[in-house]
Ligand binder design. Structure first.
Ligand code: AMP
Length: 278
C-alpha cells in the first residue's frame, strides 16, 4: 500500500491503471477506521484490480464545530489496519482538497429534504462536494458506501445520476458490535457505560419490527417511548421512509421497501442507525 497526500501524485499513480483499463474500487472514509470500514475495503479489494481508500475528515460536511474538532484522527493506526487491502491510501490535507474553494452547490431534491437534511444544514452539500471531487480525481469503476449512512447512499446515487457519471455505487450492509451497536468512529467518544446503553438503540429498533401493526405512526411512537426511557438519550428523529425515495410513509404497505432511520444524541455524541422493515 502506498500513502499519497496530493492530488497530483494520486493521479500520477492511477494513470497506468486507467491506461491499462483496470478496474478501480474507491472507499471514501473520514478515518478512525473500524470493521465497518474494513468490510467496504475488503469488498473493494476483492472486486477490483485496484483498491483506493481515502481518509479525509471533510470540514465542509460538518455543521457542528465541536463534532469536527473532536472527530478522531488516527492515520497511523488506519494505515496499519488497511495494510495491503488497499493499493493506495489517499490522505490529503484540507488545504490540498480545498485549494479550489468549495463553491459548488448541489440540489439533491427530495432525498436530502428529510431526516439528516434538515437536522444537519449543509451536510449533504459538503458530502456532495467531497464525493464528486474524489470521483473526479480517482475516476473509479465502483465506489463503496455503508448503509449505516442510509440517506447518504441515496444522496450519492442522486449525485451520480445528476452528473451523468459512469461509476457504480455499491451499498454495503451495516457492521455491528456483538451488542448490536452499529460501529462508528464516533463511538470512541462514548464512555464504557454510555456505549453499553447505546446498544439499546438497535434492540429497540429490532423490537419495533415485531409489533403487530403496519401503521408507521404507532411504530414511531413505540421507538420514541422506548428511547426516552433512557436518561442518556435525546431522540432527534425517528422516521420510517420508502427505502428508495426516502419519503416518509404512513403505512409499511405503502412502499416496496421501508426503512426506519434514527438519530439519537447520547450526551454530546450523535449516533445514527437504521433498520429495514421490508
Ligand atoms: P465515515 O468514515 O464515517 O465517513 O464512513 C465511511 C464509509 O464507511 C461510509 O460509507 C459509511 O457508511 C461506512 N461505514 C461506517 N460505519 C459503518 C458500519 N458500521 N457498517 C458499514 N459501513 C459503515
Amino acid at each position: 500500500m502506498t500513502l499519497i497526500k496530493t492530488i497530483q501524485e494520486l493521479q500520477k499513480a492511477l494513470a497506468p491503471a486507467h491506461a491499462a483499463g483496470k478496474t478501480i474500487g474507491l472507499v471514501p472514509t473520514m478515518g478512525a477506521l473500524h470493521e465497518g470500514h474494513l468490510s467496504l475495503i475488503r469488498r473493494a479489494h476483492a472486486e477490483n484490480d485496484l483498491c483506493v481508500v481515502s481518509v479525509f475528515v471533510n470540514p465542509t460536511q460538518f455543521n457542528n464545530a465541536e463534532d469536527l474538532q473532536k472527530y478522531p484522527r488516527t492515520l497511523d493506526a488506519d494505515l496499519a489496519l488497511v495494510g495491503d487491502l488497499a493499493d493506495i491510501v489517499f490522505a490529503p490535507s484540507a488545504e490540498e482538497v480545498y485549494r479550489i474553494p468549495a463553491t459548488e452547490h448541489y440540489d439533491f431534491g427530495p432525498v436530502e429534504q428529510v431526516m439528516e437534511g434538515p437536522a444537519r444544514p449543509g451536510h449533504f452539500n459538503g458530502v456532495g462536494i467531497i464525493v464528486k471531487r474524489l470521483f473526479d480525481w480517482v475516476d473509479p469503476t465502483r465506489a463503496y458506501f455503508g448503509e449505516k449512512d442510509y440517506q447518504q447512499v441515496a444522496v450519492v446515487k442522486t449525485l451520480v445520476r445528476q452528473c451523468g457519471l459512469k461509476l457504480e455505487i455499491i451499498p454495503c450492509p451495516i457492521v455491528r458490535e456483538a451488542s448490536g451497536l452499529a460501529l462508528s468512529s464516533r463511538n470512541q467518544r462514548l464512555t464504557a457505560d454510555q456505549r453499553a446503553t447505546a446498544a439499546n438503540i438497535y434492540r429497540i429498533l429490532k423490537e419495533s419490527r415485531d409489533l403487530q401493526t403496519t401503521d408507521t405512526q404507532k411504530i414511531i411512537a413505540f421507538v420514541a417511548r422506548e428511547i426516552e426511557k433512557y436518561d442518556l438519550f435525546k431522540l432527534e428523529y425517528y422516521q420510517i421512509v420508502d427505502g428508495e425515495t426516502l419519503q416518509p410513509i404512513a403505512d409499511l404497505t405503502a412502499a416496496p421497501t421501508a426503512v426506519g432511520c434514527i438519530a439519537v444524541w447520547a450526551d454530546n455524541v450523535r449516533l445514527i442507525d437504521n433498520i429495514r422493515y421490508k
